[in-house]
Design a protein around this ligand. Structure first.
Ligand code: MLT
Length: 287
């Protein structure tokens, strides 16, 4: 999966590389771990006729460098969810200025780690949200065991073990049908994940380990929200996403069939259809 031409924006202390297509309301995507903007290319192909799709490689991932602020005070790679959220707010402000509407709002779509980031964004920059799409993610803090696993990964990941780390993760990310019958998707995903640097793995792992519980923010999200997940997601299952949707005042729930944790790759058509239907019902009609 080759890289498409990317735009470049100076965000805080690093150049953010951004895949940008289409015209219309801004739909900003935040990818999961350990991916980059390529996760969303199949859905952008389907959504660019309706939205200005903006898909950054988040700090440290893809072509975007970690920058000094992608490190903790001891100098180790670490990006907290709030840092990613603030980066996206800066990017939003830049795009708003380009559109000559400095107060422009966006629809933010965050998948898994991107979902953690989207909740941080909802807490820190609620005035920017026209809508939220919360995909295959959760709101709870990691268990102590999970924290230890993340910190161990951060401390041990290097160029010699990225490939093995990725190969161990893939069966948990995709549904059985994708794993068995869609070898093209499995290989696309492997390529995306194996191309991330050890520093990116370490930075985001330490950042996720550090995150707190976000459940309290759900009842305060006033923007229309689509809670979306793959039917066979092992990491954020249907019941968990149902419970999250029930706590958000203006939530719509959609389940994507034939998909595990990564609906934008596994079933982009159903993903795009759910987004357009929700947008037209909940947001488009109010503009
Ligand atoms: C992701 O897809 O972003 C990860 O599963 C998030 C996590 O490790 O919690």
């Amino acid at each position: 999966m080759g890289r498409v031409p990317m735009k470049k924006y100076l965000v805080d202390d690093t150049d953010y590389y951004v895949y940008s297509r289409g015209r219309g309301p801004i739909l900003l995507f935040a990818h999961g771990f350990p991916f980059d903007s390529r996760l969303f290319v199949p859905v952008v192909d389907l959504l660019e006729s309706r939205f200005h799709c903006v898909v950054p490689d988040l700090r440290g991932f893809g072509m975007t460098k970690l920058g000094a602020n992608g490190h903790n005070p001891e100098g180790h790679p670490r990006v907290k969810m709030g840092r990613f959220a603030d980066d996206l707010a800066i990017l939003t402000a830049i795009l708003a200025c380009q559109e000559h509407n400095k107060d422009a709002k966006i629809v933010l779509c965050g998948l898994s780690m991107g979902g953690y980031i989207s909740l941080s964004f909802a807490r820190r920059h609620p005035e920017r949200l026209d809508g939220l799409i919360f995909c295959d993610s959760n709101t709870t803090q990691d268990s102590p065991e999970k924290v230890q696993n993340r910190l161990a990964l951060a401390d041990t990941v290097d160029a010699t073990n990225v490939a093995q780390t990725v190969d161990n993760m893939i069966p948990t990310l995709l549904c059985g049908e994708t794993l068995e019958h869609r070898h093209d998707i499995v290989e696309q995903l492997r390529t995306i994940m194996r191309s991330q640097t050890p520093a990116a793995f370490a930075a985001a792992s330490r950042g996720m380990a550090k995150r707190g519980d976000s459940s309290d923010i759900l009842s305060q999200i006033t923007a229309p929200t689509l809670v979306l997940g793959g039917e066979y997601d092992q990491l954020s299952n249907v019941a968990c996403l149902d419970a999250i949707a029930a706590k958000i005042p203006n939530a719509t729930r959609a389940t994507i069939p034939h998909s595990g944790h990564l609906p934008p790759l596994e079933n982009p058509e159903a993903f795009a259809k759910a987004v357009v239907k929700w947008y037209d019902e909940k947001i488009g009609s109010t503009h």
